[in-house]
Ligand binder design. Structure first.
Ligand code: PNS
Length: 160
């Protein structure tokens, strides 16, 4: 049976911390679907969903078993639709744990068939977030080592 995993998130934009999780989790499944949440609740964000998907596509082009997609609604419904049995999430530090455990437990309640698998982010990325990168870009701080090169260029042109 083909093992399909979903790595869901906002990815506004994808960072090297996300890339670490994508590269490592792609080895654990036959296919990894990296999917951008279309969130009607959250304000628009910096990049559109299409731009986020484009950056993900470019940044993961060296990996052969990745699909880039977007979704709305409940993650477990989307997982079922995609025939995925694993949800991948990254943990940076204990600050992530509360929220991540809550989501994993809600999802388990909604669907017994899907397992949430947590990967612990490499220590060098434990401080990293999309919001921090956006702030650095806005105030012209150095963020070159924190995002893939394609994303770096997109951020620079946004804040030029
Ligand atoms: O990158 P993020 O913003 O931390 O990702 C959050 C995400 C997309 C995993 C989460 O918001 C989500 O799964 N949303 C879909 C709605 C859903 O299924 N909610 C029930 C679980 S709380």
């Amino acid at each position: 049976m083909v093992k399909i995993g979903i790595y869901p998130g906002s990815f506004d934009p994808v960072t090297n911390g996300h890339m670490d999780i994508i590269e490592r989790s792609s080895k654990l499944v036959d296919k990894l679907i990296v999917s951008v949440l279309i969130n009607p609740k959250k304000n628009a964000g910096l990049f559109s969903v299409d731009e986020r998907m484009d950056m993900l596509r470019e940044s993961t082009s060296h990996l052969s078993n990745i699909e880039i997609d977007s979704f709305s609604g409940l993650l477990v419904d989307y997982a079922k639709y995609k025939e995925a049995s694993i949800i991948v999430r990254g943990l940076r530090a204990v600050m992530d744990l509360d929220h991540e455990m809550q989501m994993a437990q809600i999802n388990k309640n909604l669907s017994a068939d899907v397992e949430t698998v947590f990967l612990v982010t490499r220590a060098k990325y434990s401080f990293l977030s999309s919001s921090a990168v956006k702030e650095l870009a806005l105030f012209h701080g150095d963020f070159d080592d924190l995002v893939p090169q394609y994303v770096r260029d997109k951020l620079k042109s946004k804040f030029q």
